[in-house]
Design a protein around this ligand. Structure first.
Ligand code: C5P
Length: 235
């Protein structure tokens, strides 16, 4: 059983503030994307990493990968991405050579995911799950609202789902390759993760424990947190 990882890294990172595409911004001097690639390649099971670069940034991403030390046992491919995360993932899947029966999809924006989380996801797919999602319970209570038409207006609350039944999902999400390909061929709705496309096929998706350090670097405070985690690891 061979495992490949697709890393969508084509987002602009608008919520992080002005600057380079998010995946190319540095954490303690090293681009976030390089941290993310290393985090996935740290798993001995991962033998191919497909990086989905910003549409006009494939050459830059290729030279970044060449310039940083990465495990010898891992192969790397770089493809240009698209306008949405979903399209970027699909372009990455299109570049997958045959022979990989397990596929991980991992956000470049989660550069610090521990290798144990990566391995746990792969293990669950190898054990027979078609789609596996790492996730954590929520600290905050979540409310469904009627979104305001004007930002800043008070928003009516519609419902409060029972917190203990909710999970915040992370990546890498792991899939049986054929199931993921079918999901990307079939589902056209705008979605924010790959597992929800598999859900729409009616196939089962399971959750395994995620990790706090697999958080998504989205807003400026997340950069502070990520650099603090790296400093604690002395990287
Ligand atoms: O925007 P969001 O935080 O959901 O992005 C998650 C991941 O998807 C990021 O790693 C980002 O680079 C990637 N992405 C992409 N192509 C896009 C938009 C986002 O590869 N067009």
């Amino acid at each position: 059983s061979r495992t490949a990882a697709v890393i969508p890294a084509a987002g602009r990172g608008v919520r992080l503030g002005p600057g380079a595409p998010k995946a190319l911004r540095t954490l303690n001097g090293t681009p976030m994307l390089i941290h993310a690639v290393r985090a996935l390649a740290a798993s001995r099971a991962v033998s191919l990493v497909v990086v989905v670069a910003p549409p006009d940034g494939a050459a830059e991403v290729k030279s970044l990968l060449d310039a940083h030390a990465l495990p010898e046992r891992t192969d790397f491919l770089v493809v240009p991405g698209g306008a949405s995360r979903q399209e970027s993932v699909r372009l990455g899947l299109d570049a997958l050579p045959p022979g990989y029966d397990v596929v991980l999809v991992h956000d470049a924006a989660r550069p610090l995911v521990p290798v144990d989380t990566v391995d746990a996801v792969i293990e669950a797919v190898r054990a027979g799950a078609k789609a596996v999602v790492p996730a954590l319970p929520l600290a905050d209570t979540v409310k469904e609202v009627e979104p305001a038409r004007t930002p800043g207006e008070p928003e009516p609350v519609l419902a409060t789902p029972e917190r203990s039944r909710l999970r915040a999902v992370q990546t890498p999400q792991g899939f049986d390759r054929d199931t993921l390909l079918r999901a990307h061929e079939t589902v056209t709705d705008n979605v924010t993760d790959d597992a929800s496309m598999v859900e729409q096929l009616g196939e089962p998706v399971v959750v395994v424990p995620g990790h706090e350090e697999a958080f998504k670097v989205t807003r400026p405070l997340d950069l502070v947190l990520a650099e603090a985690v790296l400093a604690r690891r002395r990287l």
